[in-house]
Design a protein around this ligand. Structure first.
Ligand SMILES: C[S@@+](CC[C@H](N)C(=O)[O-])C[C@H]1O[C@@H](n2cnc3c(N)ncnc32)[C@H](O)[C@@H]1O
Length: 323
């Protein structure tokens, strides 16, 4: 068969006719090697276009089989001199390979889809998501917990705690009752009279571990001016005690967060040094802004103005993990 110039320069895939298959099978049966296609010029070769061949090499070709007879054909890859490079597979074999590859592709596709779907169901608020087991320490009016619960559509993954008893809390904060009510509806675990300095031994908490343990604006109370060393020491003791306890309650890759003002005299607390002394390393310091937490009202939490908010100014969320 005459090949035109362009075809000569291209490798081709030949479909051999049924007659040839029978011939080849016969030759193989008789112990002879499969003969080159040269000299079989008068046979019924179907040459696939070069583009189709490339597709086939990329496993992207569609093999269409018209009935059982078609399955019996063999496909050979030939050079321009019609020498057999590779005797490929029967159409049946190719179909099963293509089907297997398609199945694998579909499986990995569905795994990917499952991952994406599960990720899309995970709700995030800044550093926190609906899959984290979260412990909130030293809550004020529980508006931070309520913000997360609302955004997640559930607070079943949150344990929210206050130092104050429930009775005292609802007196101190006018929105506490409403926040507690909606948190209960969202499945939150609410605990009162939880001291950050001993929370590790709390009967409900001692056997649990958390992915995120959070204390926003820890403050030991107003016993002097903020720059007094006595006052600073009180604050430092509170933060140190919190970090030590949290260290024993955080999961292996979990994080302990403290949100704190970074300007003087609050910078004197030296939170990073305190953490290092508790076997924690800083993984990130992120500028804090209240607007990331809709509905959150930071509270003074002490004294006659307990329910008042305070300007957060420049502050950061410090994230620590176990060393
Ligand atoms: C400035 S307020 C911040 C309240 C709340 N975290 C917020 O962001 O609105 C400080 C909080 O620390 C709490 N606190 C003080 N000492 C504590 C302790 N030993 N254990 C737990 N909480 C404590 C107080 O009850 C108070 O609610």
């Amino acid at each position: 068969m005459e090949l035109d110039a362009q075809e000569k320069n291209e490798r081709k895939v030949e479909l051999i006719s049924e007659k040839e298959v029978a011939l080849v099978a016969d030759e193989e049966k008789n112990g002879r090697t499969v003969e080159s296609a040269s000299g079989k010029e008068n046979k019924n070769h179907v040459k696939l276009a070069a583009e189709e061949e490339r597709k086939r090499e990329r496993n992207e070709s569609e093999v269409k089989v018209a009935g059982e007879e078609e399955n019996k054909r063999k496909i050979k890859l030939v050079t321009e001199e019609n020498q057999i490079l590779v005797t490929l597979y029967t159409a049946e074999e190719i179909i099963s390979k293509v089907e297997l590859s398609a199945k694998n592709k579909n499986e990995s596709k569905s795994e990917l889809v499952a991952d994406v779907e599960s990720e899309s169901k995970t709700k995030w608020v800044k550093h926190y998501n609906s899959r984290h087991k979260i412990l909130l320490v030293g809550e004020g009016d529980f508006s931070f917990a309520a913000c997360l619960g609302r955004a997640f559509g559930s607070a079943a993954n949150i344990v929210a705690t206050s130092l104050d008893s429930q009775e005292l809390l609802v007196i101190k904060h006018r929105n506490a009752s409403a926040n507690l009510r909606s948190l209960r509806e969202l499945g939150c675990t609410i605990l009162h009279e939880v001291n950050a300095l001993s929370m590790r031994t709390h009967p409900v908490l001692s056997f649990r571990s958390f992915d995120r343990i959070v204390f926003n604006f820890p403050h030991a109370g107003f016993y002097g001016r903020e720059h007094d060393s006595f006052q600073i020491e009180l604050h430092k003791n509170l933060v140190r005690g919190y970090l030590q306890n949290a260290h024993g309650m955080v999961s292996e890759k979990g994080e302990i967060h403290v949100t704190h003002k970074t300007t003087y005299p609050f910078s004197c607390w030296k939170i990073k040094e305190l953490a290092a002394g508790c076997g924690l390393k800083l993984i990130e310091e992120v500028r804090f802004t209240k607007w990331d937490y809709p509905g959150y009202e930071n509270k003074r939490g002490h004294g006659v103005r307990s329910d008042e908010s305070f300007p957060v100014g420049q502050c950061s969320t410090y994230k620590f993990t176990k060393k």
